[in-house]
Design a protein around this ligand. Structure first.
Ligand code: GLV
Ligand code: MG
Length: 336
């Protein structure tokens, strides 16, 4: 239900930049760590040099009895480290949980000047973003925080998917969105116990080739529809889209395949929940050298971006020039 605007008018709505200025850096992986765990906290300095974004997770996967310790551990580790160019995020608990108010007030008051982004789970509509937006505005004002903290929504309920466009447009504080395939599967009543990736039963039977006794079965991407909706909603509002978690840490090929689909469909990055997934994300979300070289050929052949040329037997025009620019710009950003 949308709250009537006469009762609730978020301060930041309609505010001019700098809210919309997303970091000009790659965010190929958002690396999760559990801050209540001392051993994991000790690894943070090393991780800072390895990942694009580091995120202290306070929500799912943190047991109820460790919620306070996770929050305190996050504050401790943030105070103790310089994050340099590495993005610093936290995933707070859901807005209807008993922990979230303390998550927001304690973290923003203690380390809000260092925090880049708050990831908000289980977002169902723009009202969730308005609530957090307003609360952040109050806490930033109270604590003299000059750089606005951005909001990243997890798209992981059927209601959220229904309202994806409104969520993306809800506030100039919006950074982007991640697909949350585990919660979304539960919310939709999908019959799976997996965290992201494909499913052996979700596919199509191909026609049999001559001499083939069995018709081959091809798995399809369960998340295609949602990723496409999310990318369109994000890009239309100047935001970044991300694939979320891949839970089978032992299956690196399947993780890479899922990340690659997301990359091709327009996502900027994915979550890494295990160190092995950091390199997978780096590899997948950085353009390949051959692609970059070919894209550069297109840009060089059409200096003003108009017209039509043939390169290696393939037609290029204004539209492929724009495609090529996406790839070359990303390559430059990765190289910086
Ligand atoms: C992530 O939070 C998910 O539910 O997949
Ligand atoms: Mg979730």
């Amino acid at each position: 239900m949308k709250l009537p605007s006469q009762f609730y008018k978020p301060l930041a709505i309609g505010a001019p930049a700098p809210f919309r200025e997303l970091p000009v850096r790659t965010e190929r992986m958002i690396h999760f760590f559990p801050p209540q765990n001392e051993k994991m906290r000790a690894k943070v300095p090393d991780l800072i040099s390895k990942v694009d974004v580091i995120l202290g997770n306070l929500e799912d996967a943190i047991p109820a009895e460790a919620k306070e310790a996770a929050r305190a551990g996050f504050i401790e580790v943030v105070k103790a480290n310089d994050f340099g160019q590495t993005g610093l995020w936290t995933r707070i608990n859901a807005l209807n949980s008993p922990w979230v108010l303390d998550d927001i007030t304690e973290i923003v008051s203690a380390v809000g000047d260092k925090l880049d982004v708050i990831m908000l789970p289980k977002v169902e509509g723009d009202w969730d973003i308005h609530y957090l937006d307003q609360l952040l505005a109050q806490l930033e004002a109270k604590n003299g925080i000059k750089k606005p903290i951005l909001i990243h929504a997890i798209l992981e309920t059927a209601q959220g998917v229904k309202n994806v466009n409104e969520i993306a447009a809800a506030s100039p504080r919006m950074h982007g969105m991640s697909l949350g395939p585990a919660d979304l599967a539960a919310s939709r009543g999908m019959k799976t116990t997996r965290v992201g990736g494909g499913h052996p039963y979700y596919g199509v039977l191909a026609d049999a080739e001559e001499g083939q006794s069995e018709r081959p079965f091809y798995q399809q991407d369960l998340w295609h529809y949602t990723v496409a909706r999310m990318v369109d909603a994000c890009v239309a509002n100047g935001l970044r889209a991300f694939y979320g978690p891949f839970g089978d840490f032992g299956d690196e090929r399947a993780c890479e395949a899922q990340f690659r689909n997301a990359f091709l469909m327009g996502c900027s990055g994915a979550w890494s929940l295990h160190p092995s997934q950091i390199d997978i994300a780096k590899r997948v979300f950085s353009p390949e050298v051959n692609e970059v070289l070919f894209a550069k050929k297109i840009l060089d052949a059409m200096p003003d971006g108009t017209g039509a040329v043939m390169i290696d037997g393939k037609m290029q025009d204004d539209a492929t020039w724009k495609q090529a620019k996406v790839i070359v710009d990303l390559a430059k950003m990765v190289a910086e």
